[in-house]
Design a protein around this ligand. Structure first.
Ligand SMILES: [Cu+2]
Length: 111
């Protein structure tokens, strides 16, 4: 029979894939959404836990960016309807702006 080794390999693969998921229960990363509308980041300030991600969604009718003031992230131009996600692994408060409209500002606090 050639089918048995294949079946065993499949079961073995399934078990190894399932293990990390079980280990991460209780520590699953969360995602916070910031909406870009009316030339503003809403909410302007968010607080997340280290390991979480923030997703910016451009619901405006103009292109925008989410660009960290310091080293960190830069979405590039986000056309209306598009989004950008960044995962935060370092604690601290990170301010950002839109590089097209520098008066648009926000911050992400990572605890
Ligand atoms: Cu903008």
């Amino acid at each position: 029979m050639r089918i048995l080794p294949t079946l065993l390999a499949t079961l073995s693969l399934g078990a190894s894939l399932a293990a990390p998921a079980a280990a991460s229960v209780g520590t699953a990363a969360a995602q916070t959404t910031v909406v870009i509308e009316d030339f503003r980041f809403v909410p302007r300030s968010v607080t997340v836990n280290a390991g979480d991600s923030v997703r910016w969604i451009n619901n405006d009718n103009a292109d925008h960016t989410t660009t960290s003031d310091g080293p960190g992230w830069d979405s590039g131009e986000l056309p209306p309807g598009s989004s950008f996600t960044h995962t935060f692994t370092t604690q601290g408060t990170f301010t950002y702006h839109c590089s097209i409209h520098p008066d648009m500002t926000g911050s992400v606090t990572v605890q």
